[in-house]
Design a protein. Structure first.
Length: 377
């Protein structure tokens, strides 16, 4: 019997890795911007939340200090004094950190970039299908332009991690995308993945935001009523009006930062417009669903979603600018309020509506007036 001679292991054969398709590059770019936007948004809201908490704590400590000016034992007095000193310092440090290393609207630049890439992906797979190399060249150019716009919007600092997950990336809540992501789409597929998908998503988000808005309004009214009750009680209870006022101020500030009123109106407009697109397509007979109608549906849908993105960016920029100005001296205001509290002090009533002039969108929005897809917040 012949035996195979023993030989040393052959050298590993180098395999050439296939080049990623242009759609893989585009989905990767979208995922990178999307993840970075979500992470920066979360950190910004966390910073603002802590500034509000510090303001309330400063008021509470100031009230305790005024009620018990010389507590026994001595270490308790020193603890209160040190806390009163540290809380404003901590607030200033958080504000400085936010201004230096975590600019409030950077996540909006990344969000706009992600949604613009998403819009180009769907145009590539619908209107531009069957155009061979021309559409690949077009998408390469658009990705390069979007990246330049993001770079400019971030002041030349594109500091975020590369994306190493699955493509197309899952939604922000971790659920996988129904759309496979890489095939050309016919009219029914685009309608199912994009029109119906975005319509259902916005309906869900409007209902969620409405629940949040009701909860915040209830809490604001409750703290206002508590302040009025404490003021009416008088005596030692009057000084606690400052704490209820600080709570109401923090809640109203959080409500304005969330920008729920504008967001609900924005999403409601998208629901209205996408419902019209959906109704028109569903009422067409089979012989009427031509390529012209298909392309019309794509253009209308992408225009609706991009206009929504523009309005969202504008309103959120304004909300963050307003919150930044209010938080610069929030702790100092609450400290003064607590120190001046007396039995005749009335709770402050602050309007929860914010309808100021909209800020200009960042550079990412100044080109391509009718493009991009819906938001995945």
């Amino acid at each position: 019997m012949e035996t195979t001679p023993q030989t040393s292991s052959p050298a590993p054969v180098e395999t050439t890795k296939s080049k990623p398709s242009i759609l893989e590059v585009a989905w990767n770019r979208f995922a990178q911007y999307n993840n970075a936007s979500n992470a920066r948004k979360k950190s910004q809201f966390t910073l603002h939340r802590w500034v509000a908490i510090i303001g309330v704590l400063a008021t509470l400590v100031a009230i305790i200090s005024s009620l018990y000016p010389e507590p026994d034992p001595a270490w308790r007095a020193w603890t209160i004094k040190i806390t009163l000193i540290l809380l404003p310092i901590l607030s200033s440090v958080l504000a400085a950190f936010a201004n230096k290393f975590s600019r409030g609207t950077d996540w909006l630049v990344l969000r706009a970039g992600a949604e613009q890439v998403l819009k180009e992906i769907y145009q590539y797979r619908t209107i531009l299908q069957k155009t061979d190399k021309r559409r690949r060249t077009w998408l390469e150019k658009r990705l390069r332009e979007i990246q330049t716009q993001v770079y400019t919007g971030l002041n030349g600092e594109m500091v975020f991690h590369p994306y190493n997950g699955t493509l197309p990336p899952p939604y922000s809540n971790g659920t996988p995308r129904i759309d496979p992501g890489f095939d050309d789409l016919d009219a029914d597929e685009y309608f199912r993945y994009r029109v119906s998908g975005q319509l259902n998503w916005h309906v869900s988000r409007v209902n969620s935001h409405q629940r949040d808005r009701i909860r915040l309004q209830v809490l604001i009214l409750a703290t206002g009523a508590l302040g009025a009750f404490l003021a009416a009680m008088g005596g030692v209870f009057g000084i606690w009006v400052a704490l209820s006022t600080a709570l109401a101020t923090a809640l109203i500030g959080w409500q304005e930062l969330r920008n729920l009123d504008m967001t609900i109106r924005n999403y409601s407009k998208v629901i209205l417009d996408l419902t019209s697109v959906s109704d028109h397509w569903n009422h067409l007979d089979d012989d009427e669903r031509s390529k012209k109608e298909f392309y019309r549906m794509v253009k209308e849908t992408e225009t609706i979603l991009w206009n929504q993105n523009l309005e969202y960016v504008k309103s959120m920029q304004e909300a963050f600018e307003s919150a930044k100005m209010e938080e610069e001296d929030f702790v100092q205001q609450t400290l003064r309020s607590a120190g001046a509290g007396d039995e005749n002090e009335k709770p402050q009533v602050i309007s929860a509506s914010s309808e100021g002039a909209q800020a200009d969108p960042s550079n990412i929005n100044k080109q391509q007036p009718a493009s991009n897809g819906g938001l995945f917040f």
